[in-house]
Write a protein that binds this ligand. Structure first.
Ligand SMILES: *Cc1c(COP(=O)(O)O)cnc(C)c1O
Length: 397
């Protein structure tokens, strides 16, 4: 009887073993319990910290206008969507947001998804199939890769930002349709993909370009329109996606492109078709957020000033800030141990900066991912830089 029970629970005991091993390896991840809105200071695990952890790049996640917009819209439209968009869940607020986003980024049409993860798996798997090929940068966000795997297309990965290698792959490919799917701004590196080169390759090899602008939307380009605006690119070969839980400060994502692409996705993107949309009130809040982004040149100017302040105040011998002009400023320290020790050292001084380790980043490039926000003051950033300068001296890493 006991034997049988153990056999039946073999999955559970294997799960426990794997968790125990993670703990031994120092890789067990834990959630901090947050008791405040996202802001320059947060309360986590009952303690106040100066935070450089969030992707709230413009400081909109706790904006009074957006809070009011959500309250008002909830009063009018309730809190639930009720059904999928294709049944009765497509509210006027959802529709207005899509039109506003398309107009803002200068694309013919847009479609809103509940999360960026759902957008990427839905879009790539809908557009690509068995006879096609998807080309991904090795440092892409996980969900682009998951979308490629789900599509059953031939899945090829190329070295980070390596246009020459990608060209060889495209040249050799016999796929019916080809999609280059890349992050526009890399989430753990902060650098920008060579998007104009990719578009040139698309034209040359009859491929299409899917750009994930999670970290560029709201931050880069004219009025924060994103990476395509930054490079002044427009083409029917481009499909863009951006998340709305980062600079936009709320939650969700959208895909924008030619009308035929959006029409097709409404029919075929499974994470859209078979899912209840986020509440209409969220769309109304996001519409207000898009207006704040559009009017937010001063926020972006302040953010750029903070980036320069960080660069100007770090005086380091061993550790290195990666070259990045975006709000993501990674500080490479090398070993996993050093990254964790530095992060804990700062945490003891009430400063939160997450340590990022393999497999999220390549071996021996463990880093602190410093993420700056327009919610920070110049003093906040100087305080961080001084704490890191001091840590390099006192920590023998
Ligand atoms: C955060 C992120 C996503 C996922 O978006 P969510 O809305 O958080 O699901 C997708 N791609 C990139 C590059 C991201 O940084």
């Amino acid at each position: 009887m006991l034997m049988a029970l153990q056999n039946e629970l073999s999955l559970l005991s294997d799960l426990q073993k794997e968790l125990d091993q993670r703990k031994v390896d120092g890789l067990l991840r834990q959630r901090r319990l947050l008791d405040s809105p996202q802001a320059e200071y947060i309360v986590a695990n009952d303690k106040q910290y100066l935070s450089f952890c969030s992707n709230d790049y413009l400081g909109l996640a706790n904006h009074p206008k957006l809070i009011a917009a959500m309250q008002n819209a909830a009063g009018e439209s309730g809190v639930g969507s009720g059904a999928s968009n294709l049944i009765t869940g497509h509210h006027r607020y959802h529709d207005e947001l899509e039109k506003k986003l398309a107009k803002f980024v200068g694309m013919p049409a847009a479609l809103v998804f509940s999360t960026g993860y759902m957008a990427n798996i839905g879009v790539v798997s809908a557009l690509m199939g068995r006879d096609d090929a998807v080309f991904c940068d090795k440092l892409n966000h996980a969900c682009l890769n998951d979308g490629a795997i789900l599509s059953r297309a031939n899945f090829q990965r190329f070295a980070h930002n390596d246009v020459a290698v990608l060209e060889k792959l495209l040249k050799a490919s016999k796929a019916k349709h080809k999609l280059i799917a890349v992050d526009a701004v890399f989430s753990m590196d902060g650098d920008i993909a060579p998007i104009p080169d990719y578009l040139r390759l698309c034209e040359q090899y009859d491929a299409y370009l899917y750009i994930d602008d999670a970290h560029g939307f709201g931050v880069l380009g004219e009025h924060g329109k994103g990476s395509l605006s930054h490079f002044k690119l427009k083409s029917p070969r481009i499909i863009m996606m951006a998340t709305l839980g980062k600079a936009a400060g709320v939650a969700g994502a959208f895909v924008a492109g030619e009308q035929v692409v959006i029409d097709y996705l409404i029919q075929k993107a499974r994470s859209y078709v078979y899912s209840t949309p986020a509440p209409p009130a969220l769309s109304a809040t996001l519409a207000a957020s898009v207006s704040l982004i559009e009017q937010g040149d001063d926020l972006r100017e302040h953010l750029r000033h903070l980036i320069q302040t960080l660069k100007g105040n770090l005086k380091l011998k061993k550790w290195q800030l990666m070259p990045s002009e975006t709000a993501v400023q990674p500080l490479v320290v090398g070993s996993n141990y050093a990254a964790v020790a530095l992060s804990e050292h700062l945490q003891n001084q009430s400063i939160l900066v997450p340590a990022i380790r393999p497999p999220t980043v390549p071996v021996n490039t463990a880093r602190l991912r410093i993420s700056l926000s327009a919610a920070h003051s110049e003093q906040d950033v100087i305080k961080l830089a001084q704490a890191i300068n001091e840590a390099e001296k006192v920590l023998k890493l």
